[in-house]
Design a protein around this ligand. Structure first.
Ligand code: DX5
Ligand code: ZN
Length: 216
């Protein structure tokens, strides 16, 4: 199933709750929440108090994308405040299996992400252990960038690796996705689409519907 996960990084934070409600009402299935620590990526975004507060705005799936070093330190806390899917970066975790197990122990879905420069083969040991693979389609850290063209082949390669193992694991793409390229990235094998600026800049309802029309 194809799912849209609007990234609130590009929202207007003075009216964040309302903007999330608008994306929810328009039919977005997930809400993508980017947590950046200023170390794994250059930017610092937002953390626990914001997530706790917006949990009241919607019942949609909270798809939390951790761009933080040594994520195991915070898994329990993110689980407690309302994350439904917790995605962490393979490059940021000294013991990837330990983080997967921690997220499972908290009863949450597991996402594993790779940056554009990380060979897709590094995912192999974990393919049957996670619910979602996030193939970053830009360098993580900032919204509003353009998709890296090699991303299409990388998504195709990950889908093949999953198919070869008879796994129907979700593939999420994040960064530079717009209504102009979403069809091609779905054809490459992705099924969970993150979009930040393409949803929150302009009319949110229209933007969400524009994506969903193409995705369904
Ligand atoms: C970037 C974040 C993204 C970001 C995407 O590091 O992971 O989720 O919000 O923004 P757009 O869709 O504008 O590229
Ligand atoms: Zn993200």
């Amino acid at each position: 199933m194809n799912l849209l996960s609007p990234s609130i990084l590009s929202a207007d934070f003075t009216i964040l709750g309302q903007q999330i409600e608008e994306a929810d009402r328009a039919g977005a299935q997930y809400i993508h929440i980017d947590v950046m620590d200023g170390i794994f990526v250059p930017s610092i975004s937002y953390g626990m108090p914001v997530i706790k507060s917006i949990r009241k705005a919607t019942d949609k799936v909270f798809d939390v994308h951790l761009m933080i070093k040594d994520p195991i330190r915070y898994i329990e806390e993110f689980a407690e405040i309302g994350a439904d899917i917790i995605t962490f970066h393979l490059e940021a975790a000294p013991d990837v299996n330990a983080v997967i197990e921690k997220i499972r122990a908290c009863g949450k879905k597991v996402g594993l992400s790779i940056k554009p420069g990380t060979p897709v083969e590094e995912l192999v040991p974990y393919l049957d252990k996670v619910d979602m693979i996030l193939v970053m389609t830009v360098e993580p850290g900032f919204g509003g960038q353009s998709i890296i063209p090699e991303s299409f082949d990388r998504v195709r390669a990950v889908r093949k690796m999953l198919d070869d193992r008879k796994l129907d694991t979700d593939i999420q793409v994040d960064g530079g996705i717009c209504t102009g390229n979403v069809k091609s990235i779905l054809e490459a094998g992705a099924n969970v689409v993150v979009a930040g600026s393409a949803v929150f800049k302009g009319n949110i309802s229209e933007n969400v519907k524009g994506f969903l029309d193409i995705m369904q």
